[in-house]
Design a protein around this ligand. Structure first.
Ligand code: ADP
Length: 145
């Protein structure tokens, strides 16, 4: 029985994320696990793709982007049939796979549930984020297809 399940959500992939959430609704019924939904947004350097020093000061601050990502994440899971007291939402800033693995370690998750890849990127068996997580996670990983 799982106690803490980490569900990384890409807020730019609505359809894919909804599929993932549908699976989680079922798993969430067994033993009342905590379900941690985490979305990761790029830091300013990754976001703008230019030399950091050249970025105007106000855009370096990721708090506004974090706030908006949090709202988008909450909106994505608002219809999920999972009791509120089981849900935790969080936003990470940086590289998706690193943030996901670090968050999983911090909460001592016993499962990470991810989708395999974006539907339009069919040439890959596993997306790059998904494959890094499968390879490096110290806990079980459920890949949903
Ligand atoms: P692709 O390479 O096709 O984009 P990914 O491996 O990046 O596929 O995505 C697979 C899964 O990884 C997603 O369904 C999601 O669970 C997770 N993921 C990818 N990017 C992010 C992100 N920025 N924040 C949270 N989770 C993410």
């Amino acid at each position: 029985m799982y106690k803490k399940i980490l569900v990384p959500i890409d807020i730019l992939e609505d359809e894919l994320s909804q599929e993932l959430i549908t699976h989680i609704e079922q798993i969430a019924k067994v033993g009342k696990p905590e379900i941690h939904f985490l979305t990761v947004i790029p830091n300013a350097e990754l976001f703008f793709g230019i030399e950091f020093a050249a970025i105007p000061e106000k855009f370096k601050d990721s708090s506004e982007r974090t706030r908006l990502a949090f709202i988008a994440l909450e909106d994505m899971i608002k219809d999920a049939k999972i009791p509120d007291e089981q849900i935790v939402c969080n936003v990470g800033v940086g590289n998706a796979k690193d943030e996901i693995l670090e968050y999983a370690r911090q909460i001592d998750a016993d499962l990470i549930a991810i989708a395999s890849h974006r539907p339009n990127v069919s040439s890959y068996l596993l997306g790059s984020t998904a494959s890094s997580i499968v390879r490096h996670a110290q806990m079980s990983v459920l890949v949903i297809r």
